[in-house]
Design a protein around this ligand. Sequence first.
Ligand code: HEC
Length: 174
Amino acid sequence: MSRALIALVVASAVSTSLVERAPAQSPAPAPQVPANLNQLMRGILYPAANVVFAAQDQNPADVPRAKDPNMATDPLTSVFGKWEAVENSALALVESANLLSLPGRKCSNGVDVPVGNADWAKFLQELRDAGMTAYAAAQAKNQEKMLDVAEVMSTACAHCHGRYREKRLADRCK
Ligand code: HEC
């Protein structure tokens, strides 16, 4: 075989194997959403918001560690406690907006979570913004700011609740 031909054969072998090794472009699996909206609120948003709200009354830096901080059920007293717990809870709220935007979830009355509605997306952005405000204040360990932060956060929760929750059960999420 001539050198040129060998080079060609090698080159084509390389390029074929590159093609073969390229990751298969299979679609990402559809997210699974076993929690209804109430359960998601109770499991993620409610406990995370309470950690943010608690910083209004007590400086997170002063919260003592639990006896066994590895087993603590209150994030503020855990190994990832004090201001770090406020940071992480604020980020959990920001990230929860992504869970709230997934299609397929039901409200407790069986109605689809209205992820396609423009005002739903607006309320989610308000939640994200409130979470990032809380995150910044927690990073700065600025307890004086936590009063305003709590206000911004509870307003974000209340805006969506006013529109989609505070009505007869059958009319929720419509
Ligand atoms: C984008 C809309 C939206 C946002 C933002 C939102 N919620 Fe909700 N929330 C709802 C709806 C709608 C329900 C009722 C769901 C159902 O019936 O399944 C609900 C239910 C709840 C519940 C359950 C109440 C019960 O009766 O058991 C809690 C707790 C809750 N929300 C807390 C919060 C907190 C805290 C925040 C802010 C950090 C928040 N939510 C932000 C829409 C929202």
